[in-house]
Design a protein around this ligand. Structure first.
Ligand SMILES: Nc1ncnc2c1ncn2[C@@H]1O[C@H](COP(=O)(O)OP(=O)(O)OP(=O)(O)O)[C@@H](O)[C@H]1O
Ligand SMILES: [Mg+2]
Ligand SMILES: [Mg+2]
Length: 512
């Protein structure tokens, strides 16, 4: 947010028109997208009961309280941990937290909904009108509202035995529904928005945002119009659980609407599904067939009051948000925006070593290493090696201090860049070895036999014997013999002692 300027409305509009007009896939058409995201809240217990939020590993029907199963006479009790996490989300998305919000019943009849209704926040959601900034766009994606609601149970059908199975583990788990205004204009922007939202939810601990595990699901609303003409009719594609499927569903809808308009037909407002095998959307129901949800306030839950003090207290506990991290990487460390995004995307994909790629990079740079050199070693060499072995950053076995020592050896000229790469390879092959990178570097040097580099050994001696080096610099000139002894030993007597002594002294006098 700190990075991005706010251009005037007219230049914004012109840019948006240009962007729409220049989409080579559908010149002259504008594709309009709004997204409803359901994120499972990372709370220990469900939204209104004491049973635990389940993971996919839990056996079916093991985390179910009488309330989740809608036993008569059971009552909901709002879990404040979920409210706190919703509050953190609202603050992170720059939204207006509502002092008063409330819960409503949304009725429909399906076996995965034991009570016959889902408790949601239809009339008065917990937060309104937020903003999410995404790379490549000056204007934010506007958030319409954020609401708390319950998840449904899971039903599955076994065609062999012709039976339906119900698993109530998920019933009543807390969800956040985050709804955008129709501000997105391409499948890529939609992807960038979901990635940015997921990074925020993860950074604040509100959700795992794991699409494969179902903890982040999206409904996309798509309409198409000719550039400069009024908006088309929107169709909603439900329940997309991967970025790839979401973007494919948008492309499919964009083309389908264009074809209908070109034939002179109208686009009927529909709710659609996505076929993961054919990559096509299909009709679930038309607007006329839409269920009447008969929304009504839940009489068992009162008003949810959130005081200004509570919002203020929560603000104080907010961590650095992804766009703030990006700003810091660019302005404090001097990385390019692209390089900053590489680190942020590593974190967005998966939690990495020592709490993530940015934390790892921060630790490396803390020791006054040059951030750009460090970035190159971390991303091009370390990550490059990991990728070559089909591993990700999360599998990185080297601690930041081990890896930092390697960077230092190269930076101080103790070993060449080529030897550094060899050393990295060796360290990754045997990460648990008790030998330090400096020890390994020396082995590497002596193993290279004839190519003995006395200068490299002298520099290594200074790194390996810091107390002696500083004693020499403080006037204890005799200590040079100890440092020289180290060089002679490591070179297995192959170094020429007079030259080595001269070079050592010049090095010690040159470097602080
Ligand atoms: N012309 C349009 N083209 C694309 N998206 C649109 C258009 N108009 C509205 N939208 C988007 O449709 C979504 C509507 O979601 P909302 O939750 O408000 O209602 P809903 O889909 O009718 O209800 P439900 O939550 O039951 O699905 C929003 O994300 C909004 O931005
Ligand atoms: Mg909705
Ligand atoms: Mg909807």
């Amino acid at each position: 947010m700190l990075l991005l300027s706010c251009p005037s409305r007219t230049s914004l509009l012109a840019r948006q028109l240009r962007r729409a007009f220049h989409d080579q896939r559908w010149p002259g058409w504008e594709v309009v997208i709004g997204i409803e995201t359901h994120a499972q809240i990372k709370s220990r217990q469900k939204l209104f009961s004491h049973s635990l939020s389940s993971s996919l590993k839990d056996p079916p029907n093991t985390n179910v309280s009488p309330f989740d199963a809608a036993f008569p006479g059971t009552l909901p009790k709002l879990n404040q941990e979920c409210v706190d996490l919703a509050l953190r989300t609202a603050i992170a998305l720059n939204s207006d937290v509502q002092t008063r919000s409330s819960f409503d019943r949304k009725h429909y009849f399906y076996p995965d909904l034991p009570a016959g209704y889902q408790i949601t926040q239809h009339y008065a959601p917990i937060a309104l009108s937020g903003k999410v900034y995404i790379p490549g766009r000056d204007s934010p994606v506007r958030i319409k509202q954020i609401q708390l609601e319950q998840d449904t149970a899971k039903s599955s059908f076994d065609p062999r035995t012709q039976t339906s199975n119900l698993d109530l583990n998920r019933a009543g788990t807390a969800l956040l529904e985050i709804v955008t205004e129709p501000d997105l204009r391409s499948p890529e922007e939609a992807g960038a928005y979901v990635r940015a939202l997921r990074a925020i939810l993860r950074a604040i601990g509100a959700s795992d945002g794991n699409m494969e595990a179902g903890s982040l699901r999206c409904d996309v609303n798509v309409s198409v119009n000719e550039v400069g003409k009024p908006r088309g009719t929107r169709c909603e594609v439900k329940n997309l659980n991967s970025m790839k499927f979401m973007q494919a569903a948008i492309i499919c809808e964009a083309r389908r609407h264009q074809e209908l308009y070109l034939e002179g037909a109208a686009v009927p407002q529909e709710t659609r599904g996505f076929n993961e095998d054919t990559f096509e959307t299909f009709k679930l129901r038309s607007k006329e067939e839409a269920p009447d949800y008969r929304y009504m306030p839940d009489p068992n839950l009162g008003v949810l009051f959130i005081t200004r003090e509570r919002v203020g207290r929560t603000k104080k506990t907010m961590p650095e948000l992804p766009w703030e991290t990006r700003d810091r990487l660019v302005h404090i460390y001097g990385l390019s925006e692209q390089d900053a995004d590489i680190l942020l995307n590593l974190d967005a994909e998966r939690e990495g070593h020592e709490g993530g790629a940015v934390v790892y990079f921060d630790r490396l740079c803390k020791e006054t290493r040059d951030p750009r050199v460090t970035f190159n070693w971390m991303v091009h060499e370390l990550l490059g090696r990991l990728h070559a072995a089909k591993l990700t950053f999360a599998d990185n076995p080297l601690s930041s201090s081990q890896f930092g020592e390697l960077v230092d050896l190269v930076q101080s000229g103790t070993i060449t860049g080529t030897s550094g790469k060899l050393l990295l390879r060796e360290m990754l092959a045997d990460p648990s070895s008790s030998r330090t990178p400096t020890d390994r570097a020396l082995n590497l040097l002596s193993a290279s036999g004839g190519e003995l580099d006395v200068n490299e050994l002298c520099a290594a001696a200074i790194v390996a014997l810091p107390a002696e080096a500083s004693a020499f610099r403080n006037g204890h000139k005799n200590v040079i013999n100890k440092i020289l002894g180290w060089v002679m030993r490591e070179s297995r007597g192959r170094a020429e002692s007079k030259n080595a002594r001269k070079y050592l002294i010049s090095l010690l006098e040159k470097t602080p």
